[in-house]
Design a protein around this ligand. Structure first.
Ligand code: MG
Length: 317
């Protein structure tokens, strides 16, 4: 459902790319394990809804992330949707080999803006991660893959506390120098407020094209949509979100999930900003996966639209 009658204000991007992270970031952080069949169905529903970038799974150690141990099986069964980019996370050479073997064409690399976080998450310092990623990015680019790099804890770290903008810029520059296609700036624990978004994006823009910057917000403290508006105002046109608001952060107990795709779409379409994604069809994907997760869907737009549909159905009956 695109609000075609509204035109976007000229100071905002007219079109935004949504990177749907529900199948990977979302499911990885849910307590309930989902069957491979159901993951594939969830991804199919999202692709059919018009999601053109979907973070599907991770080729990481299955012992570390048991929820995604079926990465190969999921990948082998993905339907082909023209124009849809399926992304898989890779953490090292072994993961890249697995991704190559599975036929992956887009990878995600993950580091952070704070050493305290990377040490716990990937077992190395930020600088060590940049060194480790260099050959991975080079091989992937040489093979014609799309490479997305993410910076976790860019607005605050659960272990180190506040993060300096200069540190985010330094890591982003380091990643950009590796030849990646896109750098995603993540508020892993959901602490960011709009002024931080203005500050971080303004500091990044001299170093990499704003078209190559993505933002990843969590709604833990209710600021995700406000942060997206700050991102839009700063010219950023790539946003991560998770259908049904699935996910969380294993290092931030009690944290709610990624900002919900439904909430983001409702807002963007209402602002006249095109996404190419159908809100009602994303809702169908969330309804499907929500049942597998015993009803855990935390999107407010989802809840409101579902309730309106039920009311309408009762009136018709
Ligand atoms: Mg996340």
């Amino acid at each position: 459902m695109e609000a075609s009658t509204v035109s976007a204000r000229p100071w905002f991007p007219q079109r935004v790319t949504i990177c749907e992270v529900g199948p990977r970031d979302g499911l990885q952080n849910e307590a309930v394990s989902v069957r491979t069949d159901d993951k594939v169905r969830y991804i199919d529903l999202l692709a059919a809804a018009g999601c053109s970038n979907i973070e599907v799974t991770s080729f990481v150690n299955p012992k570390a992330v048991p929820q995604l141990a079926d990465a190969e099986a999921v990948w082998a069964r993905l339907a082909v949707f023209p124009g849809c980019r399926y992304i898989a996370l890779v953490a090292n050479e072994r993961g890249l080999e697995r991704a190559f073997a599975a036929g992956v064409r887009a990878i995600g690399l993950f580091t952070a803006a704070s050493d305290a976080f990377t040490q716990r998450n990937i077992g190395m310092s930020v600088d060590e991660s940049l060194t480790a990623f260099a050959p991975l990015a080079a091989r992937a680019k040489a093979d014609g893959m799309y490479v997305r790099a993410s910076i976790s804890t860019a607005f605050g770290c659960p272990f180190a506390g506040p993060v300096r903008v200069a540190d985010v810029v330094r890591v982003a520059q380091g990643l950009w120098a590796l030849g990646v296609d896109e750098v995603s700036i993540a508020d892993t624990i959901g602490v960011a407020t709009p002024n931080q978004v203005f500050d971080v994006v303004a500091a990044l823009v001299p170093h990499l094209p704003v078209q190559r910057i993505g933002l990843h917000f969590h709604d833990t403290r209710g600021t995700a949509l406000a942060n997206i508006v700050a991102g839009l105002q700063s010219g950023v046109a790539i946003y991560d979100s998770s259908a049904g608001g699935l996910g969380g952060c294993p290092f931030a107990p009690g944290a709610t999930g990624n900002v919900a795709t439904e909430d983001v779409l409702y807002m963007l379409h209402g602002m006249g900003i095109a996404t190419g994604v159908d809100l009602d069809r994303v809702r169908a994907a969330s309804r499907f996966i929500g049942e597998k997760l015993t009803g855990r869907v935390v999107s407010r737009a989802f809840a409101a639209l579902e309730a309106a549909d039920r009311r309408a159905a009762l009136t018709r009956a």
